[in-house]
Ligand binder design. Sequence first.
Ligand SMILES: Nc1nc2c(ncn2[C@@H]2O[C@H](COP(=O)(O)OP(=O)(O)OP(=O)(O)O)[C@@H](O)[C@H]2O)c(=O)[nH]1
Ligand SMILES: [Mg+2]
Length: 462
Amino acid sequence: MRKAKMYSAFGAASTHNVPLTSILTEEQREQLCASLGNVKLSLLYKASVHGYKASAFHQRCDRQGPTLLVAYNRSGYIFGGYTSVDYAQSGQYITDKDTFIFSFQGKIPVCIKINHGHYVRLDDAGVPSFGQQLYFCYKNQPVVYSLGGNAFSINTAAMYGNDPQLSECEVYKISSQVSTEEKPWRNVLWTAERKDELMEMIRNHKPVVASVSRVRILMIGPVGAGKSSFFNSINSIFMSRITSKAMSGSAATSLTTQFRTYPVKDGREGKLLPFVLCDTMGLEEQSGAGLDIEDISSILQGHIPDRYKFNPTTPFKPDEQKSSRPVSLQEKIHCVVYVIDATKISLMSDKLQEKLASIRRKVNSLGIAQIVLMTKVDEACPLVEKDLQSLYVSSYIKLKVQEVSSWLGVPVSCVLPVKNYSQELELELNCDVLLLTALQQMLTNSIQKVKPLYYIHSLHTD
Ligand SMILES: Nc1nc2c(ncn2[C@@H]2O[C@H](COP(=O)(O)OP(=O)(O)OP(=O)(O)O)[C@@H](O)[C@H]2O)c(=O)[nH]1
Ligand SMILES: [Mg+2]
């Protein structure tokens, strides 16, 4: 664990001209920033210095844009809430779909979003509150008060151990930390010609080994990382319209529960393209939950059939007769793609990192090519959200690519940032160029890198 470090909030003058210091450790600060995208926190208000009075809070926090409140109670809980709408004492009821409350559970802040149809607060001169449910500095005292209600599905025992006595309450201003490189760190031609060229290269891709007609690409990654969405996105490009054949969405456990092998056609009536995207259930940190490493091993060796329903508690057992049949090279996996959500890189738990490392060791031992697909670059960086073409000038994305490359032990050149189609109704050229570039890299990286041993058996049987 990193050493705790105290931060001064630069630019925030204190009442006594002493720089305000935050209690958050560097790690906690990083975790909170990561939950909010690429942001910077500066301390505006600290109740132990400025007082627990609503007026003191408003004096320092009104009209400051998005803010994060962090409270500490006597039992050691760290919890609070985020609002993207300024405090302004307007007298209005405020709707804020981005608001959330959080509580650190171990090292990770667990966030709870506001339920649909609820106001975040009445914007009055009162104390800071969330969902007209959770009141901080209640009655101008070092106390948190839970009024009950349905705006947030709160469990006060889990959130703050049912201990309402606060030892501190801090409010941070959130500002986006957009910095750009002078020159793009990768060159991309964002043109229709480039898109056509990439599609043509993919159509005409010839796997190195003649017996392999289609490169089998296996997508592995945490729950909700965007594995199914990547297949949907590639399928959409070749179908020239948005498609959603694979179920995608957000859930606590994996939405994908079956092993699916998806061939992709070049247009509705077109020929099959020379690759198959294999979709798996998401990885979870606990053992006995999510995709199992033994199942991955069976998939890699081509033993698991399409539509096999994963059972996290019992790994796949091949039936005796079939398993004695040698598996042809065509059925094996030729490229493994680790799908990683760019917004979750710093939130990845040690257990999940360990799981990924053991998968990496297995894949390495078989000599299979490996690529990292870094998804949700739009959510990770506001600059990229505004304009996808800013991807390779965003210093933040560059940092994330370096981070993921070092903890997975994959060269930076093998980390491919993309934005999948998620809510769009129409295709978008910049998205297509990135997605196709990633697919093209997967195809060119596969097979060439495979160790001969992996194939010896297969080549004899093909
Ligand atoms: N903004 C944005 N959203 C994305 C992106 N990729 C996926 N999503 C969204 O993230 C959510 C999860 O995506 P899925 O494709 O279902 O993720 P998965 O890895 O298949 O998840 P499981 O099958 O549950 O393990 C969906 O709501 C997608 O719309 C992306 O690049 N940008
Ligand atoms: Mg899925």
